[in-house]
Design a protein around this ligand. Structure first.
Ligand code: C2E
Ligand code: MG
Ligand code: MG
Ligand code: MG
Length: 278
């Protein structure tokens, strides 16, 4: 009987693993032609300035619909794109698309919004990354100061010299640098000092605990104070309730982003959305 049980357990896990591997394989296979088939679309999530009470920018978030797989979330496909290196052409598409939309959006509203774009570690292995960004900025007629590049500790921790050089060049070009998901992993203060970060984004896992969880409130308070003492703009991620907003306002948080204001939305919808908030 023990043997039967053992065998069942084994087959249960292997089945599950099989399904997972199959899914991964299928995602990888479909991803190869996805750019050419125009399956990737950017959505934009507004960031609100708490004091000014208006949208000052957005974060570009990638969406993928594939006819065989349906919607695949970034949490599922970005790691695979990283692993295969497909993140490089996909990431270039994101940069181009986001900047060209930013130009359109700024023109439509006669207002200088900010565009935040996520960059993952592998993208820094692209020797032409900075050249590509520079070209995209001039082609889309967007000033470098309105582009913000979001990176996580994963990028910094690899400690590779080309990453160091790229981060220095990013600041020298006048592009903003943002520390994403702050508070998770090995967020180290030394990174914040070492590189010219402009923005710090408090991870949503801390925001979800406030205002009820006192430890989270303390942490958020401390992070905001520390970030301000370093001259950084603070963004709270994943703001879903009025109560969270109220506390963040009290603590002096600069910008908020989350479902309370808006989910990530398509370009067309954003053009209308911003008007109604002016
Ligand atoms: P992230 O950069 O930390 O983005 C924030 C995530 O939180 C987004 O998930 C967003 O939709 C979600 N979010 C925003 N507000 C709320 C809220 O109030 N409640 C909840 N529960 N969630 C909220 P998304 O779009 O699924 O993206 C997940 C991650 O995938 C991103 O995390 C980012 O690391 C990565 N990613 C997305 N687009 C790109 C891209 O174009 N390039 C790269 N390299 N990575 C990307
Ligand atoms: Mg981000
Ligand atoms: Mg984040
Ligand atoms: Mg994240």
């Amino acid at each position: 009987q023990a043997k039967d049980l053992g065998r069942n357990t084994y087959s249960f896990f292997s089945k599950k693993m099989n399904t997972m591997m199959l899914r991964r394989f299928e995602i990888e296979e479909q991803m190869h032609g996805a750019l050419e088939r125009n399956e990737f679309v950017l959505y934009y999530q507004p960031q609100f300035d708490v004091k000014k009470q208006k949208i000052t920018g957005v974060e570009a978030l990638l969406r993928w619909y594939n006819s065989a797989l349906g919607n695949v979330t970034p949490d599922e496909f970005i790691p695979i794109a990283e692993h295969t290196g497909l993140i490089i052409p996909i990431g270039r598409f994101v940069i181009k698309q986001a900047l060209s939309f930013l130009n359109e959006w700024q023109n439509a509203h006669q207002q200088k919004f900010t565009m935040a774009v996520n960059l993952s570690p592998r993208q820094f292995r692209d020797k032409e990354l900075l050249g590509f960004i520079k070209d995209s900025l001039s082609e889309s007629n967007v000033n470098a100061e309105y582009l913000e590049l979001e990176i996580t500790e994963g990028v910094l921790m690899s400690g590779q010299s080309h990453i160091h050089d790229a981060l220095v060049e990013i600041s020298e070009l006048g592009i903003k640098l943002s520390m994403d998901d702050f508070g998770t992993g090995y967020s180290s203060l030394s990174y914040l000092r070492q590189y010219a970060f402009d923005v710090l984004k408090i991870d949503q896992s801390f925001i979800s605990g406030i205002p009820l969880n006192k430890a989270d409130c303390e942490l958020v308070n401390t992070i905001i104070a520390m970030a301000h003492s370093l001259g950084l703009t603070v963004v709270a991620e994943g703001v879903e309730t009025k109560e969270q907003l109220t506390l963040l306002e009290e603590l002096g948080c600069d910008l908020v982003q989350g479902y309370y204001f808006s989910k990530p939305i398509p370009a067309k919808q954003l053009l209308d959305f911003a008007v109604s908030y002016k």
